[in-house]
Design a protein around this ligand. Structure first.
Ligand code: ACO
Length: 431
């Protein structure tokens, strides 16, 4: 650890505190304030964690100013162009790219864990027919701990690994089952002869009476989308997983908490919200009206798929997806896709508007992902579910990293209390 320090001076009392600086391999240094309260009685205040590093991590690095995203040091552009999703999953979890035999073994392990306990089906069937697939996903993933309690000793590395494999393998099966339930079709079992993405498409689109052969284009596009969504350091859902895990909760409960956090429109729900917004805008002529709404402080409307807490120049994932969107729509002979045309115009108009320029608001990954999902025939209410399938790998990687850290402590933020000061209870007759 660096011996450099930062001095904090309390101007009210004149007291000075030396706080150590912590430096990672990349990125800005962090002031270590962990001893501040004990030494000074002062808390720090940072709503939304704008300036707070919550942990050490070796998984993903983001440089928001430069638009850089690295998984275990490898640029996202290289992984997106060359790797398979399970290869990236291995990288995120084990820290290194797999050799051919390591990858084959990993694929085999994941394949052998894709089936669900048959009794889970009755739990799934308890959901109302019009339940949102994300609601089903949160519930069913949380319930996995009731079915797979033979691997829940979180202090045993082998148990942790088995749970990690189970989650990566079973979440796609649950995701597809949630979709099947929402359209009233029977669940389709996984097929071990298919690759991960092809299997997911098979479980979503095959029926007992008809086989579904996913096109190579769909498989390739899904592989790319899953890679781009696999991890993104300490975002809201990953931080939720870490906070849940810090109490020693089991991994299935922690990942269910992450899925719940992902669902919101400010996070993973944005891909669904983008398509809803584009559909509502409807025509290019209406764009100025919606831009004006987005700029109006009295109007809660925001341009969905725009802005990012960390990326202030561009989102490298959006840059990749913009290109892929062109390719996918081109190969599907869908270049006149009205939503895509609308999205391109919206992007152009927003990016030349002072409001968006001043606030450095650029399209994020979800601005384009929904259009690709839609072109691949994936229904809108499944977009965030697809994101959850991908991000399960990141959540699991963070959970494993955290669980193997001997310095892990329960996460317990403090607050600035603004409620009433101490007062005495009044009997009801005197109120
Ligand atoms: N449309 C219009 N104005 C916006 C938008 C937007 N999409 N995003 C931010 N702003 C404005 C805010 O009103 C604020 O303006 P002000 O300074 O005049 O008050 C300023 O830009 C800063 O915005 P914050 O909300 O403070 O930024 P924050 O970092 O907290 O939020 C977020 C980031 C949640 C992504 C936000 O940009 C947003 O809501 N975007 C739309 C939803 C979305 O696309 N989410 C997906 C995120 S990526 C992901 O999870 C995969």
């Amino acid at each position: 650890m660096s011996t450099e320090t930062v001095t904090v001076i309390n101007n009210l009392t004149g007291e000075r505190y030396e706080l150590p600086l912590r430096q990672g391999t990349l990125g800005p240094p962090a002031v270590d304030i962990s001893s501040l309260y004990q030494e000074s009685g002062l808390l720090t205040y940072d709503p939304g964690f704008m300036s707070t590093a919550s942990c050490h991590s070796s998984i993903t690095y983001i440089d928001g100013e430069q638009g850089i995203l690295l998984y275990r040091g490898y640029p996202i552009e290289q992984l997106a162009a060359k790797a398979s999703f399970l290869e990236v999953a291995y990288l995120l979890i084990y820290g290194e790219l797999p050799t051919a035999s390591e990858l084959a073994d990993f694929e085999q392990v994941i394949r052998r864990h894709t089936m669900l306990n048959e009794n889970l089906k009755s739990f799934l069937n308890g959901f109302h027919y019009d339940a949102h697939p994300m609601a089903i996903l949160v519930g069913v993933v949380g319930s996995l701990s009731a079915f797979y309690h033979d691997s829940l000793r979180i202090n045993d590395p082998r148990h942790r690994e088995i749970s990690a494999h189970r989650l990566i393998a079973k979440v796609p099966t649950i995701a597809a089952a949630a979709y099947k339930h929402s359209i009233g079709e029977p669940i389709i079992y996984p097929r071990n002869d298919l690759r991960y993405c092809a299997n997911l498409l098979h479980m979503m689109f095959a029926t007992p009476c008809e086989e579904y052969r996913p096109s190579l284009l769909a498989e390739r596009a899904l592989n790319l989308l899953l890679i781009l969504h696999a991890d993104h350091e300490q975002n809201a859902s990953t931080s939720t997983v870490r906070l849940a895990a810090s109490s020693g909760a089991n991994p299935f409960a922690c990942i269910a908490a992450g899925i719940a956090s992902l669902w919101g429109p400010a996070h993973g729900g944005a891909n669904e919200a983008v398509i809803a917004m584009l559909t509502e805008i409807g025509r290019v002529e209406n764009i100025p009206k919606y831009i004006a709404k987005a700029k109006d402080k009295d109007d809660p409307f925001r341009l969905m798929g725009f802005g990012h807490r960390v990326y202030k120049n561009y989102d490298p994932r959006a840059k990749i997806l913009r290109e892929v969107c062109h390719q996918v729509l081109g190969e599907l002979a869908d270049t006149n896709n009205p939503l895509f045309e609308l999205a391109m115009r919206l992007e152009e108009i927003a990016l030349s508007d002072d409001y968006f320029i001043e606030r450095r608001l650029y399209p994020n990954v979800d601005f384009y992902s929904g259009i690709i999902y839609q072109a691949l025939g994936i229904p809108r209410n499944m977009f965030t579910v697809m994101f959850a399938v991908a991000r399960t790998v990141g959540w699991v990687a963070h959970w494993l990293e955290m669980m193997s850290d001997p310095n892990n402590r329960i996460g317990r933020p403090r607050q600035i209390y603004r409620g009433p000061v101490k007062r005495d209870y009044l009997p009801i007759s005197q109120r």
